[in-house]
Design a binder for this molecule. Sequence first.
Ligand code: PRP
Length: 214
Amino acid sequence: MRYLTFALGKGRLAKTTLELFEKIGITCEEMKDKDSRKLIFVNEDLKLRFFLSKGPDVPTYVEYGAADIGIVGRDTILEEGRKLYEVMDLGFGKCRMCVCGPESAAELLKHNQLIRVATKYPNIARDYFHNKKHQTVEIIKLNGSIELAPIVGLSEVIVDIVETGSTLKENGLKVLEEVCPLSARMVVNQVSMKMENERITRLIRDLRAVITEK
Ligand code: PRP
């Protein structure tokens, strides 16, 4: 039997993903060692391999077949636009992609002003403003701490992830419009879906059973 390889995004989703896999009997003890610099982990009995990568790289590994399966946020799937199958909503990591800014920016959105939009997600932001709202905007790509942009005057609004809303609140910003809901998803390489259909279908079925149990 060949190894089935999983790409997991480092960070918030990884821990919950491993907990979910444990519930269906898929464990990988060596992955829990926080001090380890190892990048890839193997479960010999089940013929599974796991690796952690930067979130936005997960769809890349899956499209090229370097990983059969990826666990990643819907934000990253939409932003990367890779060729892969999105097979399952894992039901955790729930949050929203939103247009945010100071209250005063609401007017600019209403009147289709030419505004600047700072974001880590230029493709999602462009799709939303150009294709859905038909509003011409200038998109400025940032790599983090997006909430800073309207505060220091880099942009009028931001397109960013809102989970609890506390980052916005603490910085005097508000949700002005909702772009779409987000959560963790399982994605599968298109060839793997055919070649490993039985194993992958069983995995999806087992995961569904423990997710709906909650
Ligand atoms: C994300 C997001 C917001 C924050 C939202 O940033 O970009 O800043 O979390 O969460 P909240 O609504 O619960 O406050 P993250 O912490 O991942 O880091 P980043 O700023 O480097 O993107």
